[in-house]
Design a protein around this ligand. Structure first.
Ligand code: F6R
Length: 606
């Protein structure tokens, strides 16, 4: 879950690589480095810190070069140190390598290489690769053959790239399970762990599949399979995102920009073609046993969908966290497993779907990144069209997934006759009103949310409470608070309070309660009963509700009153409020909002 960039063919490669890995910083950002080919051989510059810092510290832009590779790291094997930063060199300095993924047999390989006299400078798994290349070159005298010999010895997952003094105009890369793309310009070629690595230079990409490697030079590229050794004819995919949509556009953080983009994200999700939704509906309808998977935020998205499918389509479709799927799911050839994933590269979700496929299940995925591993491995891919989500924290992508899953549930409801066409039309009208409502709420309420968040910035513990479909909203909102503000927040169903948690209520713990519209009588009243339980113990409650002026007593300690909205969109609006609340708490605490600690955008390791 690091970022890889590489380029061959331009005079100012260090600059190009700077943009490339800076655009990839969301994948990992504790250290970074480059290897550049200059007239005299390979120059490696690397250090700990973000891309901007390291470029400055190491004065990297001073180095001119026509070819190079770069890497931004999120530590998995070995501490965050300069020595553990990619690229890594072979002992003879003739190969420089960068790598994403995990070489699972690295200890065994390292032992053997050390016995043969190779000197290791890092604790990483990656460093075995340049030494293996060096060994192989001594035997074969050929760079491509050395790559093939090396790949044969590697177990685990990799997207790797290297440059070599033996072929100073050729860039090599190979992939198994970790994402890798080529960018095809006229007189320049790129590599990247995703499209952002070369978004500023070309929209033409070639998606490298598992067991493939590529050799790139200024004017040409070739892709081959390293198992069959045959050349593979790869189509060029045109990526529609441009670098402008990837930039901050005047917002102080991507997180805020992406929260404010949600009206558009919802519109895009509403525009996903009917026939695509019908494809999912028919898969679910035909299957005896449908299941939902996701992890982190996308698990909460699927939990939300679990409620939506039950209430709108009368169909119980359990949500299982991807990392638990293999242990828990009774998946079989009668199953349909539908995943949600922003990146489409999350290891746990891919592993869950691989397991499902191996058992003969049909699979589907709602993903945001075109050409991602998940989008290519499932029977029924749905591209959510939310545009690049750069902030590590997921906001707009999650909301779009909820919209698409709601649309699917509504259509399923009509198909299995638990919803009339009239009701379906009514719900669709409500969904269509969501962008306008989010827009006005963001414009009118963000000042208030900012003030409340700032006032409570030093609160150490929050309980996030909701009932029914507001429960996954509470879980997701608590996760936002934890991951961006590093403040303890626990999501919980309101009903749990009186089974133990009420004992925690005192002046050190604040609660946020997601209150449904009063038209949802049963949910509404039972939620208010929980509010009363907390208030009776002098607990603080921030109520987020839709009760404009129709209440007499002072129920909450503080309240955020929203305009009345249709129940089907009410939880989604509250989720947007909670995103802003987490954002403003994080900015008040001076957190690194777009790159919070210990989280990477696509978690491609298990
Ligand atoms: C939270 C967050 C993570 C991701 C999770 C799955 O804001 O971003 O919890 O939701 O790592 O990622 P995707 O959706 O890319 O599969």
């Amino acid at each position: 879950m690091c970022g890889i960039a590489g380029a061959v063919g331009l005079k100012d490669i260090s600059n190009v690589l700077f943009d490339g890995i800076r655009n990839l910083e969301y994948r990992g950002y504790d250290s970074c480095g480059v290897a550049l080919m200059n007239g005299k051989g390979i120059v490696v510059k690397k250090n700990v810190g973000g891309v901007g810092d390291v470029y400055q510290k190491e004065n990297i832009l001073r180095h001119t070069s026509h070819m190079g590779i770069a890497h931004t790291r999120w530590a998995t094997h070995g501490q965050v140190t300069r020595n553990n930063t990619h690229p890594f060199l072979s002992c003879d300095n003739n190969f420089a390598v960068i790598h994403n993924g995990i070489i699972s047999n690295h200890l065994e390989l390292k032992n053997r290489l050390q016995k043969e006299g190779h000197r290791f400078l890092s604790d990483t798994d990656t460093e075995v690769i340049p030494h293996l290349l060096e060994n192989a070159y001594k035997k074969t005298g050929n760079v491509e053959a050395s790559l093939l010999q090396t790949l044969k010895q590697l177990e685990g997952t990799f997207a790797m790239a290297f440059i070599s003094n033996y072929e100073p105009d050729q860039l090599y890369c190979a992939k198994r399970e970790s994402p890798l793309l080529l960018g095809i310009g006229d007189e320049v070629k790129f590599i990247g762990s995703d499209f952002n690595a070369f978004i500023d230079h070309t929209k033409n990409a070639v998606i490298i599949d598992d067991d493939e490697y590529a050799i790139l030079s200024k004017d040409s590229y070739i892709v081959k399979n390293f198992v069959t050794r045959e050349e593979v004819n790869k189509p060029i995919t045109r990526m529609e995102w441009d670098s402008e949509t990837s930039k901050k556009g005047g917002y102080p953080h991507y997180m805020l920009k992406e929260i404010y983009e949600q009206p558009q994200t919802v519109l895009n999700a509403m525009e996903v073609e009917e026939k695509t939704i019908d494809g999912l509906v028919s898969m679910i309808h035909k299957s005896k046993n449908a299941q939902l998977v996701g992890v982190g935020t996308t698990y909460y998205v699927t939990m939300y969908a679990n409620y939506i499918f039950s209430s709108l389509a009368g169909r119980y479709i359990p949500a299982i966290s991807s990392d638990e799927f293999v242990s828990l799911s009774p998946v079989s050839k009668d199953s349909f497993v539908l995943a949600a994933s922003q990146s489409g590269e999350t290891y746990d979700t891919i592993a869950a779907l691989k397991h499902a496929k191996a058992k003969g299940a049909k699979t589907g995925a709602i993903v945001n990144v075109m050409g991602s591993t998940l989008s290519r491995m499932v029977d029924c891919p749905v591209l959510q069209g939310s545009g690049p989500e750069i902030c590590v924290i997921s906001t707009k992508a999650a909301l779009a997934q909820m919209i698409l899953l709601t649309r699917t549930a509504l259509k399923l409801g009509v198909k299995n006759k638990s919803l009339t066409q009239k009701k379906y039309d009514g719900y669709m009208e409500s969904l269509k009103s969501l962008p306008g409502i989010i827009e006005s709420i963001l414009n009118e309420r963000s000042g208030f949310i900012h003030r409340i968040a700032h006032k409570h910035r030093n609160v150490k513990h929050w309980l996030y409470l909701g009932r029914g479909m507001y429960y996954p909203i509470a879980l997701e909102s608590a996760l936002k608070m934890k991951e961006v503000a590093y403040v303890h927040a626990e999501g919980m169903p309101c009903g749990f309070l009186k089974h133990g948690t009420l004992a925690m209520i005192d002046s050190d713990i604040n609660s946020i309660v997601f209150v449904p519209p009063s038209s949802e009588k049963v949910l509404y009243e039972s939620t208010l009963a929980s509010v009363a339980e907390i208030r009776a113990r002098d607990g603080y409650v921030l109520g987020i509700h839709f009760d404009e002026g129709n209440r007499t007593q002072d129920l909450y300690s503080e309240e955020l009153i929203l305009p009345p909205v249709p129940p089907v969109i009410a939880p989604l609006i509250q989720m947007v409020i909670a995103q802003l609340f987490a954002y403003f708490t994080a900015t008040s605490l001076k957190r690194n909002v777009d790159k919070p600690r210990s989280l990477a955008k696509s978690v491609t390791v298990g």
